[in-house]
Design a protein around this ligand. Structure first.
Ligand SMILES: Cc1cc2nc3c(=O)[nH]c(=O)nc-3n(C[C@H](O)[C@H](O)[C@H](O)COP(=O)(O)OP(=O)(O)OC[C@H]3O[C@@H](n4cnc5c(N)ncnc54)[C@H](O)[C@@H]3O)c2cc1C
Length: 364
């Protein structure tokens, strides 16, 4: 099913995802489907009546939400991300006992490495713990990548790279995570989080970066319930009529602002610096400053998050005067930079080869 449901094959019905608006599990699945270029329909179930009409069950409190309805009509109640990926046909078993190259991380760097390795005739396996595309898969528009003069959606770029890799014979194993590698018998043995072991003659570690957090109280509780890291590609269409906030002053934050501005009533960008120029490409800052429903607040930072079951308001403090005020908002997108992905808790990174593969899409 995996390739059929990608790219909106018209012969197949789309995946339907049903649930509560502020359910973090539903957000996680929406985000995964969007990044994996799986066409899906999100259906909110605010009332018993909606639940009865859409799911055929009226006891909303006792339905294990979210519900994922697959193209063949099968329903999964309260599935994990892995369940969903598995049922979509994305989770495969390794075909070989040993590979020439194993690559950890299917962002732009890992995908590039896979294409080049496999095109040279090396048996290549690409291991990804989540969706193919990494950070690039989360952005609505990449404009500085060679060969796409009109720009390209990040998930579409990743999907093209995935197809190219598969064409050269790369095996992609999703929902698997490398945690520790050791070198013996002239081979690298990598432990996977699910208990498996991958054996290869060479490893490439292309595990990229993770979003920096605000480190504020309530952050974990509100994640996926109005608070999101990154551009929120899957959430933007759900922001209609809302006044939303983006914190960060770099290109990622800028792209998030422009994408959200197409859907939200207003977008307020919160920037630590006193101008956008310091951290953003000029073409992007010009667009932001010219957008009618976007305003930028400079010299500020977020100092508080509040909400019972979902985000309700954020506290914005001046960096100069230390004065602060609360602003009501249902959604905050955090794009305040990244840090290297830690590998294999609790042991420190021990990959035998930390290949310095340069990404075709430089960090913004
Ligand atoms: C919103 C946004 C907009 C952006 N816009 C642009 C732009 O317009 N132009 C531009 O040049 N750049 C842009 N970037 C930056 C660009 O996306 C990154 O530079 C690029 O994705 C880095 O690629 P990477 O493969 O090194 O790492 P990543 O993209 O971080 O990918 C790493 C992958 O490794 C996986 N992984 C991590 N640990 C493990 C493990 N132990 N086992 C298996 N898998 C693992 C992760 O799940 C991830 O998929 C943007 C980034 C964001 C977030």
């Amino acid at each position: 099913m995996a390739d059929e449901i990608r790219n909106g094959d018209s012969r197949v019905r789309v995946v339907r995802l049903l649930g509560h608006r502020d359910d973090a599990a539903a957000w996680e699945i929406r985000d995964f489907l969007k990044r994996s270029v799986v066409e899906f329909q999100w259906i909110e179930l605010p009332t018993e009546e909606d639940c009865r009409r859409e799911v055929g069950l009226s006891d909303l409190k006792n339905v294990n939400l979210p519900v994922v309805e697959l193209p063949d009509g099968t329903r999964l109640f309260g599935p994990t991300l892995r369940d969903v990926a598995d049922r979509l046909g994305f989770v495969a078993k390794p075909k070989l006992r040993q590979y020439d190259v194993s690559i950890y991380g299917a962002g732009p760097a890992g995908l590039s490495a896979a294409v080049y390795a496999a095109s040279e005739g090396l048996s290549t396996v690409l291991i990804e713990r989540s969706a193919v595309g990494g950070q690039a898969g989360t952005t609505s528009m990449i404009e500085n990548y060679m060969g796409f003069p009109q720009g390209i959606n990040g998930a579409d770029l990743a999907e093209r790279a995935r197809q190219q890799a598969v064409k050269f014979g790369v095996e992609i194993l999703m929902m698997r995570e490398g945690v520790k590698s050791t070198f013996h018998d002239d081979r690298i043995w990598t432990d996977l989080a699910d208990g498996g072991t991958m054996v290869a003659r060479a490893n490439v570690c292309a595990t990229g970066v993770e979003w920096r957090h605000l480190n504020l109280p309530n952050e974990d509780k509100l994640l996926g319930r109005g608070l999101y890291y990154g551009a929120g590609a899957s959430e933007a269409p759900l922001c209609g009529g809302e006044d939303v906030y983006v914190v960060g002053g770099g290109n990622s934050a800028g792209q998030a602002v422009m994408h959200l501005a197409k859907h939200a009533r207003s977008v307020t960008m919160l920037v630590r610096d006193k101008a956008l120029a310091a951290s953003m490409s000029q073409y992007l800052s010009e667009r932001i400053l010219g957008a009618a429903n976007v305003q930028v607040r400079y010299d500020v930072e977020i100092t508080g998050l509040d909400g019972e079951n979902a985000l309700e308001r954020i506290r914005i403090g001046s960096r100069t005067t230390q004065e602060a005020d609360w602003a009501a908002t249902p959604r905050l997108f955090v794009a305040i930079g990244v840090c290297p992905t830690p590998i294999g808790p609790p042991t420190p990174p021990s990959f035998a080869i930390q290949a310095a593969i340069s990404s075709p899409v430089p960090t913004s």
